[in-house]
Design a protein around this ligand. Structure first.
Ligand code: ADP
Ligand code: MG
Length: 259
């Protein structure tokens, strides 16, 4: 089966010292990979390289077999949806108008959105279950609603690959689960998802696979069970981390321990 995403020997620096070094992993259609790692380990930089926002120093990124270095920004935007980290929306638009703006790569310059664009935006809102927010001003939503709108906006181009940079980091329990369930549902529709998180528990909740970044190197990649271990998490986060099975829930949890 053709791979949705193939990252090969990727290296990147902002100028002084490597931020990503020799990062390689791949992702199939409908798979979710959680990229774990402490603050500053390079998670956002990796996602920005995949999104085509940063240009790697070396290595390659293939989407559906095509080298993204040979694709224009518009082509990349048609294949990839990207939700940046910590993105509070303060524009004076309605939710629907804001989501329509996600169609920009498909609109020729100066063209107004047409009925098709509005239809697609409405479909995106429905896909993440927030059709009722369509007419609300985007500036005064709750944190959870804001994140769902950003995901809807990234979906309006019907991307094959969705990149989410810490989509749950400012959310309460209920909204964390809402986002994770949405991510799972999108994957079950065939979308491939790369999700940065510093919550290893979230990998147990939704991840097919996990990867651990430490100091810009991928120190582990594979099934969540094999990556999210006490030994690996303790080493990556620099603090003792217990990983325990909760028997009656048939689920593992991850707990940072005091020194
Ligand atoms: P994470 O998302 O895992 O917290 P980042 O990818 O944001 O990590 O950052 C990785 C490293 O790159 C950090 O050392 C950070 O300080 C550095 N960095 C991030 N953005 C820039 C930038 N625009 N210019 C220079 N250094 C940066
Ligand atoms: Mg980050």
């Amino acid at each position: 089966m053709e791979l949705m995403l193939e990252v090969k020997s990727l290296s990147f620096s902002y100028g002084n010292g490597k931020v990503l070094e020799n990062v390689s992993f791949s992702l199939k259609k409908g798979e979710i990979i959680c990229i774990l790692g402490p603050n500053g380990s390079g998670k956002s930089t990796l996602i920005k390289c995949i999104a085509g926002i940063l240009k790697p120093d070396s290595g390659s990124i293939h989407i559906l077999g095509k080298d993204t270095a040979s694709l224009g920004a518009g082509d990349i935007a048609r294949h990839i949806g990207y939700v940046p980290q910590q993105n509070e929306v303060v524009f004076p638009f309605s939710v629907l108008d804001f989501v329509v703006m996600g169609r920009a790569p498909h609109l020729s310059m100066f063209a107004s959105p047409g009925a098709d664009d509005i239809k697609l935006a409405k479909e995106s809102l429905a896909m993440v279950g927030i059709s009722d927010l369509a007419e609300r001003p985007v500036a005064n939503l709750s944190g959870g609603q804001n994140q769902m709108v950003l995901i809807a906006r990234a979906l309006v181009q019907k991307p094959a690959l969705l990149l989410l940079d810490e989509p749950t980091s400012h959310l309460d329990f209920g909204n964390q689960i809402l986002v994770l369930e949405t991510v799972q549902r999108l994957a079950s529709l065939g979308m491939s998802i790369v999700m940065n998180t510093h919550m290893p528990d979230h990998a147990f909740l939704v991840g097919d696979r996990a990867a651990a970044l430490a100091g810009g190197r991928l120190v582990a990649v594979g099934k969540v069970e094999t990556v999210v271990t006490s030994k690996m998490m303790s080493s990556v986060y620099g603090v003792n981390v217990a990983v325990r099975e909760i028997e009656d829930m048939k689920r593992k949890v991850c707990l940072p321990l005091r020194r």
